[in-house]
Design a protein around this ligand. Structure first.
Ligand code: WQD
Length: 346
């Protein structure tokens, strides 16, 4: 198995992917600054991985933008490949504070790639996002769809994707996978790790689960006049464990095949509305979730759904878990951890 560097490995998707990679036999160095995550997540990942696999995770607290921190991460072990999660990902926040998003997401990724070149590591799986499609011309969305971001977060993801394409074209030997996530949700079925956003959640699923556990009075449903079956927004929700496994599969394909630039949508291919998600969550938590129908949120679109057929073909991977499993596992996490991992290090 391989020695990997996982940037942002303490985050929601990063922690779940670290667990899957440990269970697949890999050795991990995790670089995380805990600006939007908790070291407790990694402690629990090691607990879940067990006494044989847990010690194969080394943690370095640091920032991608710090040359010293990056050098420390690459000196910790002979890194054969990188899985790059570290970055900021809140759409609204990116509109309010674009320079921070360009610094962390773009400058951080540039520094990482420069450090990889220095040590001769040319294999990377990048955490990209379906946000870079903007308002889709049609659904389901294939990788050939127009890239047309509509917010600084989406633009920063598209820019890092372009930087990766430029690096691949500049010299032979690069193995790159750009994974475009749709809506990652849910949690590991143990209830020990899950999504723990700081502050007021921007996204539907964590907000909904915080209402269900009593942390918030009610959910605002943004728009009930969309051109959809029940008038509420439709999205492609992908269980975080399916997403984690997609990263494992992408890494294994990159390591096994000749150098290439792979761009893949990771989604279920199923669209579900806000009210369908609320109903499924109520079945999972066993009680009604109060909500109000309010006007649309600026920047939202009616529907985004993946065409996941290329990932299914190239990775022999597809989602295995449905909305019921997403809500069951998400509730297991939230009900066992009403305050998430507890107070942040900051
Ligand atoms: C989903 C649906 C909302 C909150 C964003 C990013 C994307 C990815 C996932 C990082 C929409 C509705 C939401 C609420 C609601 N993140 N909603 N009440 O906007 O599809 O995607 O997060 O990569 O890049 O763009 O996700 O969960 O915010 O919204 O009614 O309190 O839920 O209108 O229809 P979104 P979301």
């Amino acid at each position: 198995m391989s020695q990997l560097l996982i940037t942002g490995g303490a985050g929601f998707i990063g922690s779940h992917t670290c667990l899957v990679l440990l269970e697949a036999g890999h050795r991990l160095v995790v670089l995380d600054d805990f600006s939007n995550s908790s070291p407790e997540a990694l402690r629990r990942v090691q607990e879940l991985a067990g006494p044989l696999a847990g010690p194969r995770l080394q943690l370095i607290e640091g920032d991608l933008r710090s040359p010293a921190d990056l050098a420390q991460a690459f000196a910790a072990a002979p890194i054969e490949a990188v899985v790059h999660f570290a970055g900021l990902k809140a759409v609204g926040e990116s509109v309010a504070d674009p320079l921070r998003y360009w610094d962390v997401n773009l400058s951080g990724s540039r520094a990482l790639l420069a450090a990889m070149v220095q040590v001769g590591c040319r294999t990377i799986v990048f955490s990209s996002s379906a946000t870079l499609y903007g308002s889709p011309e049609s659904v389901p969305i294939a990788e050939t769809a127009r890239v047309a971001p509509v917010n600084p977060y989406g633009y920063s993801k598209a820019a890092v994707e372009q930087m990766l394409a430029d690096v691949c074209a500049s010299e032979p030997g690069w193995r790159v996978a750009r994974l475009r996530y749709f809506n990652p949700v849910g949690a590991h079925p143990s209830g020990r790790i899950g999504e723990d956003p700081g502050g007021i959640p921007n996204n539907l699923f964590p907000f909904l689960s915080q209402v269900a556990v009593g942390r918030r009075p009610s959910l605002q449903v943004f728009g009930s006049d969309w051109p959809t079956a029940d008038g509420t927004g439709v999205r492609d929700y992908i269980h975080v464990m399916d997403l984690a496994d997609g990263h494992r599969a992408a890494l294994e394909v990159l390591m096994a095949e000749p150098p290439q630039l792979l761009t893949l949508n990771l989604g279920s291919g199923r669209g579900q509305s806000v009210l369908e998600v609320v109903a499924a969550f109520e079945r999972a938590c066993g009680s009604p979730v109060p909500y109000d129908l309010v006007p649309r949120r600026p920047g939202d679109v009616a529907a985004t759904v993946a065409d996941p057929s290329l990932a299914e073909r190239r990775l022999a991977w597809r989602t295995q878990r449905d909305l019921e499993a997403i809500c069951r596992d998400g509730w297991a996490w939230q009900s066992a951890n009403p305050q998430g991992y507890g107070p942040r290090g900051d």
